[in-house]
Design a protein around this ligand. Structure first.
Ligand code: UDH
Ligand code: MN
Length: 326
């Protein structure tokens, strides 16, 4: 079983292909009704008698393009569970029932005390990711305590924890407050590390600067390993995304982006969080990226998992990142 390595797991995932057809139709996720029912005759129809699934098409057929996104304040996790839950496996997992997904994608979200944002994110992203025909899982990495926040270290932890569960080949690192406005912006990896949140409403739908690599990014397992992941040492707000850009550059890669029509995003409005003030040292640290790539990153990652909770809509992993006092 995929999860057997995880000792702290509270729930195990159900068979991976269970899909509720009624909700499927209402979300306009797949038009075909020819969805194999994996519960029926599960023992009788073993792999031998099943026709192997075809690969999913390059371009998912049921995308809608421009989306309407509204952040009502009273969206509860229970609302989200009812809206998208029937399509999912425990832990916020999904894979297409009638074709083999192009990629296995782990979505990694750094988190602390943004529950309202989480509900919006789950509400909007699950239907999009399903229409994109991904074999995916959603991992919310929750920093325990009120020490200084470390977005980048949470990303590294998410990468490692997700790989303990499943053979993911692509990692999409996403802030909790960014929702795409176009579902043609595929949450997949490509031959270059990819920056997905190109045109964010908060920045008037413009790139604030050319080398920006924050918000939502996608790196294949190989690309992420090649740069030794994120640095673990950017405490507080700022710099860690620029450091990752520099790592990519110093390892001889360049980035790709969708165009600014497809790469549009809405950021949920928020103020500054406590214990995540801009850190002026982080700006200085960017001078040292080149020398730190190999010694600071996945190779030096140390943390403790405090709890793994499997909700229907996401896997919530609480971690001690050994933060300095906030
Ligand atoms: N995050 C949390 N909790 C925190 C801090 C950060 O969950 O306490 C995560 C969350 O996923 C968030 C991401 O880290 O989306 C990045 O943090 P951010 O949203 O604060 O970053 P952003 O660049 O901050 O959006 C800009 C400062 C906001 C000032 C707004 C003034 N109008
Ligand atoms: Mn934000």
């Amino acid at each position: 079983m995929e999860n057997s390595k995880n000792k702290n797991l509270l729930f195990f995932t159900a068979p991976h292909n269970a899909v509720n057809r009624k909700n499927k139709a209402s979300l306009n996720i797949e038009k075909t009704t020819a969805v194999p029912d994996f519960h029926q005759n599960e023992t009788a129809t073993q792999a031998t008698s099943r026709r192997p699934l075809e690969p999913c098409p390059d371009i998912p057929p049921n995308l809608q393009g421009v989306l309407r996104v509204e952040f009502r304040t009273n969206r509860t996790l229970e609302d989200v569970r009812q809206h998208v839950g029937p399509l999912l496996q425990q832990g916020g997992r999904y894979k297409p029932a009638n074709c083999v997904a192009k990629q296995k994608v782990a979505i990694i979200i750094p988190f602390r005390n943004r529950y309202e944002h989480l509900n919006h994110w789950l509400h909007y992203l699950h239907p999009i990711l399903i229409r994109q025909q991904l074999d995916y899982g959603v991992y919310v990495i929750n920093q325990e305590g009120d020490g200084v926040f470390n977005r980048a270290k949470l990303m590294n932890i998410g990468h490692n924890e997700a790989l303990k569960e499943y053979d993911y080949e692509c990692f999409v690192f996403s802030d909790i407050d960014l929702v795409p406005l176009n579902d043609r912006n595929l949450y997949r990896c490509s031959d270059k590390p990819r920056h997905l949140s190109v045109a964010v409403d908060k920045f008037n739908f413009l790139l604030p600067y050319n080398t920006i690599f924050g918000g939502v990014t996608a790196l294949s397992r190989e690309q992420f390993l090649k740069v030794n992941g994120f640095s673990n040492t950017f405490w507080g707000w700022g710099g860690e995304d620029d450091d990752l850009y520099r790592r990519i550059f110093f390892r001889g890669m360049s980035i790709s982006r969708p165009d600014s029509i497809i790469g549009r995003y809405k950021m949920i409005k928020h103020g500054r969080d406590v214990h995540n003030d801009p850190n002026p040292h982080n700006v200085q640290k960017l001078e040292e990226t080149y020398y730190n790539i190999d010694r600071d990153g996945l190779s030096s990652l140390s943390y403790a998992v405090m709890e793994i909770r499997k909700d229907l809509c996401h896997t919530f992993i609480t971690v001690d990142v050994q933060a300095p006092a906030g």
